[in-house]
Ligand binder design. Structure first.
Ligand code: BTN
Length: 259
């Protein structure tokens, strides 16, 4: 039986990070870790403070969607104070940190679907939500929200069953949330320090995207684009080659594979 209890001490002790996850605020149940993280950031919480919940009753996804967040999964938010130039890279950092931690703990092969969905065997296993607040030209705070389906049984949730999977569903056994969370926090810090030191994570993120070279449809606001995903920019935007030969730059959206 896998030990699946989370607590601030079990997450923090001997974690080996300098600041990410050195303060963990844990809730058995919470509306959304994003809301609590925002409150903490406004009160000046230290960089790297983590808000984690066993379940969320109002989990939020990208593009105003609901994020199904039952017990047994990971729902956490990390508070950061990045420079404005590093803000667009948080998308890349978070998805790479998730990919590295899932692969290290489970050995499963993962893929990133632009911009930051992490998939296993073409189904979504993790969603990432980045929110930030600016004060003039400066970043007031940024919050990385990460939801990983660890021990979720997709068949229990018909609304996501066809598109989602979980680590346990893929492996056919329970997975330790604690191991994934700890590794994730170590990876977030490593990549964040790389970024702060001027190191590049863009190339690794670009090369990990399963979307590039594929025929896709992207919904961005009310507009739907179709074409071939040609590349991504350093700020995370997608460069889509349309059938009329023009190149569209899409900053945010939802991609569906069409080939
Ligand atoms: C998405 O793919 O739409 C993003 C999902 C992000 C979910 C995480 S779970 C932790 C944090 N709290 C939330 O309410 N949302 C994010």
């Amino acid at each position: 039986m896998v030990e699946n209890k989370l607590s601030p001490t079990s997450i923090t002790s001997n974690l080996g990070t300098h600041f990410i996850g050195q303060r963990v605020i844990y809730y058995p149940s919470l509306t959304s870790t994003m809301e609590m993280a925002r409150q903490e950031a406004r009160l000046g919480a230290g960089e790297g403070t983590v808000i984690i919940a066993d379940e969320q009753t109002a989990g939020r996804g990208r593009l105003k969607r609901v994020w199904v967040s039952p017990k047994g999964n990971i729902a956490l938010s990390v508070i950061l104070y990045p420079s404005v130039v590093n803000l667009p890279s948080l998308i890349m950092l978070s998805s790479l940190a998730v990919v590295h931690s899932i692969e290290a703990v489970t050995g499963l092969k993962t893929q990133i679907k632009w911009p930051n969905d992490v998939l296993v065997n073409d189904r979504k296993v993790c969603g990432i939500l980045i929110e930030s607040s600016m004060r003039g030209d400066l970043v007031d705070y940024a919050i990385i929200g990460i939801g990983i389906n660890i021990n979720l049984r997709p068949s229990d949730f018909p609304e996501i069953q066809s598109a989602a999977t979980s680590l346990s569903a893929e492996l056919g056994r329970d997975v330790s949330r604690l191991m994934v969370v700890r590794r994730l926090l170590v990876e977030v810090e490593r990549l964040y320090l790389t970024l702060r030191a001027g190191g590049a994570i863009y190339e690794e993120w670009r090369d990990s995207l399963m979307t590039l070279g594929r025929k896709i449809r992207v919904k961005s606001g009310k507009t739907v684009y179709e074409g071939v995903a040609e590349s991504v920019d350093r700020d995370g935007s997608l460069l889509l080659r349309r059938s009329n030969g023009t190149l569209s730059r899409i900053v945010a959206g939802d991609a569906t594979l069409r080939d």
